[in-house]
Design a binder for this molecule. Structure first.
Ligand code: NAD
Length: 474
């Protein structure tokens, strides 16, 4: 049975019982059970059963914590997770298989292979905005790779964290997988323990603490962080393409947990000559998608808590120039943690909204003389998690790929890279390092061991001394 170390209340956390539990998990790992393919498969299937059988509870928890519409929740969490699980189950044995390798000719009569092995006991700390996706997607990789795992979901989505810590364990091997609830204090205690890997999703601030803690035991870490992901919107010759681009930009901001997504579009870059048309179309399509009164619509998620609400509010209220740049929306309802989809045109580039990650339904549009200047604009800022560009200009597409750096780059859409099992998902520079999804998740939680074998039969003469000059025949 899962050892319920804690409730939401950090005060109930017991380091002593944590250490005892971790020792038991290490022993369990050493028993070899988690390395068996059948064990890994059974845990992946257990995860799938949890999602399928508890879908109503999951949707309810997402509604409670974040006000997510069930279609959005299915699209971004349940559906995506089931896809990832099916992919992992299908390819697991292939991923686990040793790969043959060649040794240099000097190693006569030899063979070699690369054998993936689990790392051991790993820690996953996740964020609140996709509480199931960001907890279970790495868990799929950790379990597929044969590790024992402690998962700490975020305290800011408490209904989801509670479901993960009370119901999920009934589907899994509790000797190998534990869910621990808690906030920063619990996180800090967990980071003091010895892990074979720490997989962290969250802010760069806490990411730095994770790295600092990992130094103690030389623990490898993956940091899935965020940042400001730009979207260049070129003026497209066809009105059909323009409409599609506008709709995709809007849904990738306001329809992705109300912009509280690491790969949500943070701001838009557009040519000055096209900016008023873009704003006009955005106004039309925001109304189409979220209704005349988005507050009454249940299609836009809520801000996670009062702290984040105040942070977002202060982007607009602290700087009158930012407030003046609002061209659409801007209304807020603190009691309901609601912020209207809001568009800003050319807020000052040194304002907080243009220097900090927004993580909410505020969309600045920055005008440029030429869309190509977007490359320099992006390169003068920290490397983003994603770059999006809505353009048919092949030269611009090529230049963006070769002249900028980001975790991912997507043309003519946004966010869909998250759902790809075939692409590595992760950041670069300040948006993090390490990646996962599909086989990349398996790799993330595996060590690839080099195994070489030789026959006793023969060696080249120059292998062993004494070396004599006449044997070399110079
Ligand atoms: P956060 O860093 O505040 O919290 C993340 C996790 O760390 C939570 O589980 C939290 O309880 C824990 N934590 C907080 N303080 C801690 C401490 N002192 N020691 C140990 N653990 C601690 O981030 P957040 O508010 O959950 O998420 C927002 C950030 O995460 C944004 O920057 C966003 O871009 C990023 N993010 C990235 C991804 C991605 O996949 N790259 C996904 C979601 C969010």
């Amino acid at each position: 049975m899962v050892h319920q170390l804690l409730s939401n209340n950090d005060m109930e956390f017991s380091v002593e019982s944590l250490e005892k539990d971790l020792n038991k998990m290490r022993r369990y790992y050493r028993s070899g059970k988690t390395k068996e393919a059948s064990w890994r498969e059974s845990q992946l299937k257990g995860l799938g059963n949890f999602i399928m059988e508890k879908d109503d509870e999951i949707l309810k928890a997402l509604k409670q914590d974040l006000g997510k519409h069930q279609v959005e929740a299915f699209r971004d969490e349940l559906g995506t997770l089931m896809k990832s699980l099916n992919f992992a189950i299908k390819y697991l044995r292939k991923w686990m298989a040793a790969q043959e390798a060649k040794l240099p000719q000097i190693a006569l009569l030899s063979s070699a292979e690369i054998v993936p092995e689990p790392l051991g006991l790993v820690l996953i700390i996740s964020s609140w905005n996709f509480p199931f996706g960001l907890s279970l997607e790495p868990l799929i990789g950790a379990v597929a790779a044969g590790n024992t795992v402690v998962l700490k979901p975020s305290e800011l989505s408490p209904s989801c964290a509670s479901l993960l810590s009370t119901v999920l364990p009934t589907y899994l091997d509790n000797d190998a997988i534990k869910v621990i609830q808690g906030g920063p204090t619990v996180g800090e205690q967990l980071l003091k323990q010895r892990w074979d890997k720490i997989f962290f999703t969250g802010s760069a601030r806490v990411g730095r603490l994770v790295m600092a803690a990992a130094v103690e035991h030389l623990t490898p870490v993956t940091l899935e962080l965020g940042g400001k992901s730009p979207a260049l919107v070129d003026s497209l010759s066809s009105s059909f393409d323009t409409k599609v681009a506008v709709k995709r930009v809007l849904v990738s901001k306001f329809g992705a947990c109300a912009g509280q997504a690491c790969i949500a579009i943070d701001y838009v870059l557009v040519e000055k000559s096209f900016s008023s048309e873009l704003v006009r179309l955005m106004k039309i399509w925001i109304k189409e998608m979220f209704g005349e009164n988005p507050r009454a619509s249940n299609t836009i998620a809520r801000i996670v808590d009062e702290n984040h609400f105040t942070r977002l509010e202060s982007f607009l209220t602290d700087d009158p120039k930012v407030k003046d740049s609002v061209v659409y929306g801007g209304s807020m309802d603190k009691d309901n943690l609601f912020i209207e989809p809001t568009i800003l045109l050319d807020p000052p580039l040194d304002s907080a909204i243009m220097t900090e990650e927004i993580f909410g339904p505020l969309l600045p549009i920055i005008t440029l003389e030429k869309i190509e200047n977007g490359i320099e604009f992006i390169n003068s800022r920290p490397k983003p998690l994603a770059i999006y560009a809505f353009t048919k200009n092949k030269t611009l597409q090529r230049r963006l790929v070769s002249e900028t750096s980001s975790g991912s780059i997507v043309f003519n859409d946004a966010i869909l890279q998250y759902a790809a099992d075939t692409l590595p998902f992760g950041g670069v520079g300040e948006s993090g390092f390490g990646n996962y999804h599909g086989k990349f998740s398996f790799d993330n939680f595996s060590h690839y061991k080099a195994v070489a074998k030789r026959s006793f039969y023969t060696d080249f003469w120059f292998r062993f001394p004494p070396w004599t000059i006449n044997k070399l025949q110079l």
